[in-house]
Design a protein around this ligand. Structure first.
Ligand SMILES: [Zn+2]
Length: 260
């Protein structure tokens, strides 16, 4: 049993086929693969499947360079300690694959930070901070490819079924800033560009990752978003940000395996 990566390296849930891992493994121009790990459920699963694809196809000329950009304004986040563990779990599963030391870079969204509140009071986006760090990473590692694990938002009809109202763009109301469809990276960059959290959860279960990897993923973004914090997301996980809502619908539980 190959647990989802079948012999031709396509990852599927029986409906949608993700072909990007096969394309990467078969592309001889790609040797150095940088991988942005954000700490949620999506990006370590990209790391898992790229490592698994290299292992199955014995494409050992390809090496993985995990990269983590820490938002130091998120003071209650477990990401700084959990992301190295996520990488270690994938290393342990595929010891034949070269996964380099995690490159870590720090930033703080100074535009959003409030000194009196000692937290973020708005979310104007991390892009301008991360772009610089990514450029630095490119200069140091010089990868042939950079991957991320961004997914699509869950469909409105499914969100409605769980009691969440959406606006005309399909974004959950009062759940913080959400990516528009144009902001989701193309498949060259994010293998998950056409799938959503349900597909991700399906792969976690199928690959046997619910016991080891899932408990150390952190999706809640309330701390990054002043407005969600203000509207009631004072616990962690907050259960009101869009990431919490999607994780609960897909996995049946929030971060830290909180089920209710
Ligand atoms: Zn949350």
């Amino acid at each position: 049993m190959d647990h989802g990566v079948n012999r031709n390296l396509i990852v599927t849930d029986g409906k949608i086929e993700v072909t990007r891992f096969k394309e990467i493994v078969e592309d001889n121009s790609i040797k150095k693969i940088a991988m942005n790990i954000s700490g949620g459920a999506d990006s370590p699963l990209v790391l898992y499947f790229i490592a698994k694809s290299i292992s199955i196809s014995k494409a050992y000329d390809k090496e993985i360079y995990p990269h983590f950009m820490i938002d130091t304004g998120n003071v209650i986040s477990n990401r700084p300690s959990w992301i190295p563990k996520q990488v270690d779990i994938v290393r342990g599963l595929f010891p034949d694959v070269t996964i380099h030391d995690l490159m870590t870079q720090e930033y703080r969204r100074t535009d959003d930070w409030d000194d009196t509140a000692e937290r973020y009071i708005r979310n104007s986006g991390a892009k301008k901070y991360c772009d610089k760090l990514e450029e630095n990473m490119f200069n140091i590692i010089q990868p042939d490819l950079l991957l991320t694990g961004t997914t699509r938002n869950l469909p409105s009809n499914l969100l409605k079924l769980y009691g969440h109202q959406t606006d005309s763009t399909g974004h959950i109301i009062n759940a913080g800033k959400q990516l528009s469809i144009e902001q989701i990276p193309k498949k060259e960059r994010s293998p998950w560009h056409k799938v959503n959290k349900r597909f991700i959860a399906h792969q976690y279960r199928k690959e046997g990752l619910m016991e080891n990897l899932y408990p150390i993923t952190e999706s809640c973004v309330c701390e990054s978003m002043g407005e969600v914090y203000e509207t009631g997301g004072k616990d962690f996980p907050c259960k009101v940000c869009h990431q919490c809502i999607e994780k609960y619908i897909a996995f049946g539980m929030y971060d830290r395996c909180v089920a209710k």
